[in-house]
Design a protein around this ligand. Structure first.
Ligand SMILES: NC(=O)C1=CN([C@@H]2O[C@H](COP(=O)(O)OP(=O)(O)OC[C@H]3O[C@@H](n4cnc5c(N)ncnc54)[C@H](O)[C@@H]3O)[C@@H](O)[C@H]2O)[C@@H](O)CC1
Ligand SMILES: [K+]
Length: 516
């Protein structure tokens, strides 16, 4: 572990297998299964009551496993508190504890039906069909029931996960409940950070029911841990500490190699992102004709004029741009175009951290990426969006983002960030981070260039590195996403152009209204 603390329950993200092992450990140490279910269901009940004031009729879907058991206890508690409760139980079989709860709830006079229609008059539906024990696809009657519930306009709260969502990959197994709220139990599951699951999760919150950290750490070893870079955690690590006595070159010197006549603005946006990272010095190698414009927008940067191709791309790098000892990191890519073909090979030999984005990645895609990356002796960070990722690794046999980054990071000895609604990052040491929030407002030209600059500026500063490149990348991705969220809250989604985004970066570090 690094010097910062990720040792709190909310920073762990587990697979179904890990969750089951943690649960088993707790049971083996003596916690009765029924007692734990009682505790969890009590917390779920209270959260439901707080969330839905004024509601009187609640429909509860009870599945065969312990997810259904939780739901049956919630049904009992709501009934005892005076709510009008109806239980829909589509499958007759069930685990012993679930069956026991159902028998008791029935004895209290609660309706248990296998006719979904009886829930249509409810004001809220609680989905306890399946949790992390779901293994097979939904089909037939069950799939039809899920589709019907999704068509109703009744708010749905899913217990643990929306039923039908794969706990690890976030895939829809046949069909899935589209929840309005999901109460994730105990520890965050991987599915919450997979783009495919997002339309089904509604508003996800964690119900912390007091799993001891020691039980989590006993199961989730450092090599397999997936961590969640919350806004608070990122903010606690920013700005990167500066000694009282220092000078600009001690605060990191970043070289950005970017731009073309066609994509002139991308260099400015990367430069502005780097500016906000607090890096000591920025040098920019760009086509010579862009210099007057760059000086206007980034007066603090050193501009290295590069000879141009007839199309206005960088034709070659002047020697000052390859004197690597001058720099602490080099960022390559925004707006280069594929005309800058010969550029990448010499840069790949740079004995300093290299950050590749955009056309830097597209150029790499033409040169056997895995082998090329493996031969580098210094940190390499790739920041593709899913399209760039596919071009780089077209034959990868993995469906979900988290597995993709982990697989490629290992095979290429690099750090990979796949950008999306939920971004994931893995390093060659298998350190993995997920980013819990973002905004579709960031899906706009230039937003990636800002991230490249921001990330590269952080990497240049963190030399000699106290934080791993993977952690730094996670911090940058969260910082970028949170600035986008802040900008969209204050300016609407329409206001989050890339330039405006750069103006919110400092605000995120200073602000305290985002407590996630
Ligand atoms: N992890 C924990 O510490 C706790 C877990 N609890 C609850 O327990 C849940 C996990 O319980 P389970 O392991 O019983 O799993 P589930 O409740 O998710 O259900 C698994 C059951 O469904 C069956 N099944 C799976 N796919 C099916 C399909 N497509 N069609 C029909 N049947 C199918 C399985 O054979 C199994 O019997 C959690 O999601 C959570 O709600 C809580 O009760 C208490 C604490
Ligand atoms: K569920």
């Amino acid at each position: 572990m690094n010097h910062y603390s990720t040792s709190s329950i909310e920073h762990f993200v587990v697979s179904a297998r890990q969750m089951a092992a943690i649960e088993q450990r707790i049971f083996d140490l003596g916690m009765p299964v029924a007692a734990l279910m009682e505790k969890v269901a009590g917390l779920i009940t209270q959260r439901l009551i707080d969330l839905f004031k004024g509601v009187s009729k609640v429909g509860i879907i009870v599945g065969p496993g312990h997810n259904g058991g939780d739901a049956a206890v919630v049904a009992r508690e709501l009934h005892l508190k005076g709510y009008n409760v109806a239980i829909y139980r589509p499958l007759n079989k069930g685990k012993e504890l679930t069956q026991a709860h159902l028998d008791y709830v029935k004895s209290l006079g609660v309706t248990i039906t296998n006719h979904l229609g009886e829930l249509e008059s409810c004001e809220v539906i609680v989905d306890g069909l399946f949790g992390f024990g779901m293994t097979r696809s939904l089909d037939g009657e069950l799939a039809n029931a899920v589709k019907t519930i999704n068509q109703w306009s009744i708010p749905v709260v899913s217990i643990d996960l929306p039923s039908g969502i794969h706990t690890d990959t976030g895939e829809v197994l046949g069909s899935a409940i589209a929840a309005d709220y999901t109460f994730c139990l105990g520890l965050w599951k991987l599915a919450f950070f997979q783009d495919t699951a997002l339309p089904y999760l509604g508003k996800p919150t964690l119900i912390d029911f007091g799993i001891p950290l020691a039980d989590v750490e006993a199961v989730v070893k450092e090599s397999t841990v997936v961590k969640r870079m919350s806004a608070n955690l990122a903010r606690s690590l920013l700005p990167l500490p500066r000694p009282l006595v220092t000078h600009k070159y001690k605060q990191g010197h970043l070289l950005i190699i970017a731009g073309s006549y066609q994509y002139a603005g991308s260099v400015i946006l990367a430069g502005l992102g780097a500016r906000k990272s607090g890096v000591g010095m920025v040098s920019i190698a760009a086509p010579a004709s862009l210099k007057p414009m760059l000086v206007t927008h980034l007066p603090e940067a050193l501009i290295i004029d590069c000879p141009e191709t007839t199309e206005g791309a960088i034709a070659e790098l002047p020697s000052v741009a390859t004197q690597w000892e001058k720099y602490n990191a080099v960022a390559v890519g925004p707006g280069l175009t594929l005309d800058a073909q010969s550029l990448l090979s010499p840069i790949l030999d740079a004995p300093i951290p290299l950050i590749l984005d955009a056309d830097g990645l597209n150029l790499l895609a033409q040169m056997n990426p895995e082998k090329t990356l493996k031969s580098r002796h210094q940190t390499t960070i790739l920041t593709p969006h899913p399209g760039e990722f596919r071009r780089l690794f077209p034959n990868l046999d993995a469906t979900d983002t988290i597995t993709k980054v982990q697989t490629v990071a290992k095979a290429s000895n690099s750090c990979i960030l796949i950008k999306g609604a939920r971004s994931a990052i893995a390093g060659n040491n298998q350190e993995t981070w997920v980013i819990p929030e973002s905004t579709p407002a960031l899906a706009r030209g230039g937003s990636g260039d800002v991230l490249t600059g921001l990330l590269s500026g952080l990497v240049a500063q963190s030399h000699p590195q106290k934080l791993s490149p993977t952690t730094i990348t996670a911090i940058a991705a969260t910082w970028h996403a949170q600035a986008g969220i802040m900008a969209s809250q204050q300016q609407s989604e329409l206001g989050v152009d890339a330039f405006t985004l750069t103006q919110y970066l400092t605000q995120f570090v200073m602000g305290n209204q985002f407590d996630t």
